[in-house]
Every structure is written in C-alpha cells, then in structure tokens.
Ligand binder design. Structure first.
Ligand code: ADP
Ligand code: ZN
Length: 703
C-alpha cells in the first residue's frame, strides 16, 4: 500500500483500536513517516504517547512489528493492553517454554500476530524469523538504553546495530524520553539509522502540578499528603534502599497500603511489588530510581521525591510517571541540603564527576527557584515557555519579598564570630541563644551575637539561611564539615548595608480529606461506581484495572453518561473491542445509577433536596440539571417551601406586579379549580411557574 492509501485509514484505525478521536501533537506525522518506511527517532516525554507511534502502523503493516523492549517484567502488561484493544500481540523472552516459542514461530509464519515484544537478549533465538519476509517494522523502545551516556545503559542493546544490516528495507523506529544530544547521536549511530527523521515533542506536561518544599518533617508531610488523596496511587522515590523500607514501614503503621521496590530485593519480591501496584492492590510504592522504567500504569496520580534527584533528566522522567492519562497529577519534591551534600559525595567518586556536579547544580537551582518552575524545567530541555505555567507552587504562591538586610547581617556576623567553622545548626543555635552542651562546651554563649535572633523560630532561620546561601551571601564548605562561610558578597551586606531580599516561609496547609466525607462521596458518585466495576472486571480477567479503561475514560463516562452503544463509542478511550466486551456492563451500570438517583429523589422528600441545593447557592438551572427535573418542578418546590415558611427569597423569581395580577384573578375566579383556570384566565400569557409562585405568596399571607 502507498502512504496516501493509508492516510484515510489513520483516524478510523485510531478510533477503532485505541478509542481516541484525534492524534496528539506529533503522533500523526511520525506514523505517516513510519508507514512511508522511513527510519525515525522519537523523543517524547514519559506519558506523551509514544506507543501509538508504532502500534498503529503495526496494525496497518502486512507483516510483524518487532518491539525491542528492555524489561521482561513489563512485556505481559503491554501485550495484555494490546489484546484488550483487539490487537493480536505476544512477547518472546526467557520466561517462556520451548513449546511456547514454537507456537510463536507458527503464529508469525501464519501472520497471526501484529506485534511481538522481545528482549534484546532473546533476539538471537528468533534468528530464523528476523528477515524481511516476516518483519515489516522494528521499534526500539527505551532506546536510550543503547547509550553508555545514559542512566539506563544496557550492554545487550549495543548489538542491535546488526538489525539494519540484516533488514535494510525495514523501517526502524527508536523511541525514548531522554532528550540530550549525546544520547540522541548515540542512538542514531549505533542503530545505523543516520537519516532517521528526528521528532522531538514538547516536554511540557501541563497536567502535573509541580511543588517543592523544604525537607522538614518529611514523613508527617508525606502522610498528610497521602491522606488528602484517598484511593490515589503514587510513588515515593528515595535515595537509599534503607529509606524506602523505613518509609514504607511508617506509612503502613499509619494505615497506608505501601510497599517497597529496590534493586536489593529478590526478583520475585520486586515483581510482586510492581504487580500489586499495577493491579491497585497497594496504593503507594516507596522505591529507588530502579522502579518505574516502562511502567505505563496510567493512573499514577502523584510522585513524591523524598530525596533530591541527581539531575533534572531523572527528576522529569520520574514525575512524568504520574498523570499519563492526562488528568490532574501532583509532583512533590523535598529539598534538603544534606541530600545535596550526599549527592555531591556520590558524584565525586565517579569518573565524569564535573559533568555530574554540573547537573546536580542545575537540579539545585531548580529546587531553589523563586520563578516559575516549569519554565526552568522546560528551558533545561531547550524549550521556552512564554508565559508562567500557573501550575507550580511558585506560580500559585508567588514569594513575597521583604527587606531582610538585618536578618542577613545577624546571620553573617554570627558566622564571622564562629570563625566560619560551624555548620548551619550551630549557627542557628547561637542566633537563637541556645544553651545546649555544645554551645556551653565551646563557650559560644559568650559570643556577642548569642541570642540576637531569638525572635525568629529555628525553622524560619533555616529557611532564611538557605536563601542566603542560594543568593550567594554565604556558602556551605562541603569539605569542611559543611561549615557556613562568607563570600565576597557578604561584605556588601555587613559593611555597605546592601539590600537583601528574603521571602517569608509559606505555611503548608494540607487539606486532609475527612474519612466521612469521602465515604459519602463514594457511594453517591458515578465515578466510584464505575471504578468498582472496572476493579471487579480486572480481577476476573487478571489484568491491571487501567487496561480495562483508564481514569480519563471513566471520567468521560461520568460526564457524558452514555446509555447506548453509539454514545458509548463516543467516549474517549473506547474502541470497537472495548465496546463489544465491556459496553453492556458499563452502560447498564450507568443506567442503574441514573435510575436509582431518580427513585431516590422521588422517595426522599424531594422538596428537601431542592431546598438543600437552593441553600447551597445553585441556580434554578443548576438544580434542575443536578436533579434531572424540569425547571417548572423546581419552581413549584420553591413555592411550596416558601409557603411552609422556609427561607426562600421568593421575589428573586417573581415580580410584585405578577402577584397583584394573580391576586385579582383569584378574587375574580372565586374558587378556581387548579392552576389551569388561572392559565386560561391570563389567556396563556402567564406561565405556570409564575402563577404557582404568586399563589405561594398569597397563600402565605392568608395563613
Ligand atoms: P509513553 O510511552 O510516551 O510514556 P504512552 O504511549 O503509554 O506514553 O501513552 C500515555 C497515555 O496516553 C496512554 O494512556 C495512552 O493511551 C494515552 N494516549 C496516547 N495517545 C493518545 C491520543 N491520541 N489521545 C488520547 N490519549 C492518548
Ligand atoms: Zn509555574
């Protein structure tokens, strides 16, 4: 087939197999290029939508698309996801038996599968099948693994160069979320695809809210954070294996379902942690950076960095694991100087240490920023945002600067008097006039500035000193036990009264969702009902819940309440197979929910419900929509409520003249028979609602 023939098939194929109505950013262009048999290098952030770039062409190509993927553990989920969408696929790796492998050869020979996921180590066993008779396309996923520059280097990836030699006419598609130039060049060279089209998508992930907090009381902050997000899955990244375990234990003690993942665990244990997380059995994984590559669980709602990451690439990739479905997600980073010190130590032991330190410095600058954080992140990837993002902590709470010269002078002169030999903790102790053992031993209580800063809390001092360091007014001597020392800028403050701008510490108030309210919300909420249904289906089919439908698709159902096959197919994320397999049960659930709601409003005191919504400040139209009742019915409720003496501002809905008119009509008609008599009396010029409201005023007067 020519590309032009494919063109008309692209959108229908996208809808039929993936359930989406339109392509994201560069997807279409890439897919067209693949179909035209060009080589491609695709750089897209995690969650950007790389998979469709090879999965959709795979459906249209005659032969097999070979997908090279580094992690055996994840292949099954990827294949299950494809099958759930009605796309025949399989994986080929060392976890399978010889018989299974033979069956796969058969299937390839009879064109029964469209995609085959293979670990690079297993490629040699596929030797007989790797030829252009069978293979139409090769996708190299997580392609940065090929580069020894990268952080996930896999030696086995380096043998992939022979593919191009063996299959010169087969398009190769390399995909990664790592953008730096050295890695890109490495990929293209080693895969021998020098003429590959390079497509670099925007790295902006607008739905992820970015926040950085100082690392005080991290554990209790994390517990509060998680409690404010019941049922929402997330990952906490820690620097050491030990801290993942300690944290998970504390979370468990606090009733939060948490597990650990790090390279020190057995294969079985790691697998179980991962599965439990993917299958929504545990809410939280406390992990080292070993966790997450290729995890395409789409409903990870938040990522916390307990420790500071080594560099911005790593950080961005890790936070990118949240909110893949495009719904709101949170990234929270704890910033601590002791982490920076630790990371420096690690870096110093490595061969390219200057390179690593430079990267760490950029990470540090990001953490300390007082301007839009997303701008900083994206500029790191060479992308410029013209506006502030509005979805980071700095944008949401712009720092308030005040004249901090006096504070700075107090701190700096204390540093001088301590002979630039003490770390932050002691400097603060002296400022606050502490008389602990160290202070007394070293006679620091006789220093002139001892106690000059006791009007400022310990935490706030820490906040100010960090800012002084960030602004270069003093520095931490990492090689001298982290002693605080002066810089050339210090003198300007101490002797020339230079204006030092500091920001006030912001109080972090987590909205802890009360258990009661969430329970109440969950029973009356369609989304929760659909979530439960999805959960039971996932258990039955033994696949992760997000492979049934992701959160975004359930949200779309909640909004649009599809009640027929056509309406269901209109939902984003519903393709033909999912309509066939899940349509009926979901539609039935939606219909049942809607009916129950109607019955409830009939059974319960319907006026009361209207009154409650009215008092909540909803307009008539809003009440009518919420209750699925006609506006006239709502008006008649309000009229009755008013007569009963409820607090209804009736004149908001009716004019005094109308009341007078109706009063006259009532006198004229004597004992009128229902509203219709009035309606006819006014020659159908006054509507029923107005008549009903006017009568309520009159009846009330008569009471
Ligand atoms: P990546 O591999 O780049 O990290 P994925 O391919 O896993 O990202 O895609 C992330 C999420 O976005 C998935 O849930 C996927 O179904 C969804 N997605 C991809 N393309 C589209 C699209 N065109 N419209 C809507 N959702 C999409
Ligand atoms: Zn911002």
């Amino acid at each position: 087939m020519q590309v032009s023939e494919y063109q008309d098939l692209l959108l229908p194929t996208l809808k039929k197999y993936f359930g989406y109505d339109s392509f994201r950013a560069e997807q279409q262009e890439i897919i067209e290029s693949v179909l035209a048999k060009n080589d491609n290098l695709v750089i897209m952030p995690t969650g950007g939508g790389k998979s469709i770039c090879f999965q959709l062409p795979a459906i249209l190509f005659k032969g097999l698309t070979l997908v090279i993927s580094p992690l055996i553990a994840l292949m099954k989920d990827q294949v299950d996801g494809l099958k759930a969408n009605g796309i025949p696929a399989n994986f080929f790796n060392s976890s399978q038996t010889k018989e299974e492998h033979l069956q796969i050869f058969e299937d390839i020979h009879h064109s029964k599968i469209k995609l085959l996921y293979v670990a690079p180590e297993s490629l040699s066993q596929l030797e007989n099948m790797v030829n252009e008779q069978y293979i139409s396309c090769i996708a190299v996923d997580e392609a940065h693994c090929i580069s020894s520059w990268g952080h996930d280097f896999r030696p086995s990836y380096q043998q992939l160069g022979y593919l191009k030699a063996k299959l010169p006419n087969t398009p190769i598609l390399a995909l990664t979320a790592t953008a730096d130039k050295a890695t890109r060049e490495d990929i293209v060279n080693q895969l021998r695809i020098p003429n590959a089209n390079q497509s670099i998508s925007s790295f902006d992930r607008k739905n992820i809210e970015i926040e950085v907090r100082p690392a005080n009381d991290r554990v209790s902050q994390i517990i509060k954070f998680i409690r404010s997000k019941p049922n929402e899955a997330g990952i906490v990244y820690c620097l050491s294996r030990k801290s993942t375990e300690q944290l998970a234990e504390k979370l468990l003690l606090n009733g939060i379902k948490a597990t650990t993942y790090h390279a020190g665990l057995t294969f079985e244990k790691r697998n179980k942690s991962q599965e439990d997380f993917i299958f929504d059995k545990t809410q939280v994984v406390c992990a080292t950076v070993a966790f997450g590559m290729g995890i395409d669980k789409s409903n990870v709602r938040w990522v916390i960095h307990y420790n500071m990451p080594k560099n911005i690439e790593g950080y961005y990739q890790e936070i990118g694991r949240s909110g893949r479905d495009g719904l709101k997600a949170n990234a929270l980073l704890f910033h601590s100087y002791s982490d920076v010190i630790q990371l420096r130590k690690f870096a110093e032991g490595t061969s390219n240490f200057e390179f690593q330190i430079a990267k760490l410095d950029r990470m540090k600058q990001f953490s300390e920023a007082t301007t839009c954080r997303r701008k900083i992140l994206l500029s790191y990837f060479g992308e410029l945002l013209s506006e502030n993002c509005g979805n980071c902590d700095v944008c949401k709470n712009p720092p308030e600067f005040f004249n901090g010269t006096l504070i700075a002078q107090k701190a700096l002169s204390t540093i001088v008097r301590l002979k630039e030999s003490e770390a932050t903790g002691i400097v603060i102790d002296v400022l606050r006039g502490a008389r602990n053992a160290t202070i007394i031993d070293k006679k620091y209580d006789s220093i002139k500035t001892h106690g000059i800063g006791n009007d400022i809390s310990w935490k706030d001092w820490q906040h100010y000193i960090i800012q002084l360091v960030n602004q270069g007014y003093c520095e931490i001597a990492f090689h001298k036990h982290n002693a605080l020392q002066l810089t050339e800028f210090s003198k300007k403050v101490l002797f020339d009264n230079e204006l030092v701008k500091l920001t006030k510490p912001v109080a972090i108030a987590e909205k802890e969702t009360k258990k009661k309210t969430t329970k109440k919300a969950s029973s009356s909420n369609l989304f929760e009902r659909l979530r439960k249904l999805r959960h039971s289906i996932a258990l039955e089919e033994d696949i992760p819940a997000y492979l049934v439908f992701n959160d975004a698709t359930l949200k779309d159902m909640e909004m649009n309440r599809p009640m027929s096959d056509e309406e269901f197919l209109d939902i984003s994320g519903v393709g033909q197979r999912k309509l066939d397999v899940y349509g009926t049960v979901f539609i039935n659930e939606i219909i049942a929910f809607t009916n129950e709601k109607k019955v409830k409003s009939k059974k319960g005191n319907t006026h009361k419900i209207t009154y409650k919504l009215y008092k909540e400040g909803l307009s008539i139209d809003e009440i009518s929509a919420e209750r699925e009742l006609a506006p006239t019915t709502i008006f008649s409720h309000l009229a009755k409520l008013y007569t009963e003496g409820k607090d209804v501002d009736i004149y908001e809905f009716i004019d005094k003249n109308d009341v007078a008119e109706v009063r006259k009509a009532k006198e004229t008609l004597k004992t009128p028979d229902g509203l219709k008599a009035y309606f006819e009396f006014f020659k159908e010029q006054m509507d029923y609602a107005t008549i009903r409201l006017a009568l309520s005023v009159i009846e009330k007067e008569e009471l």
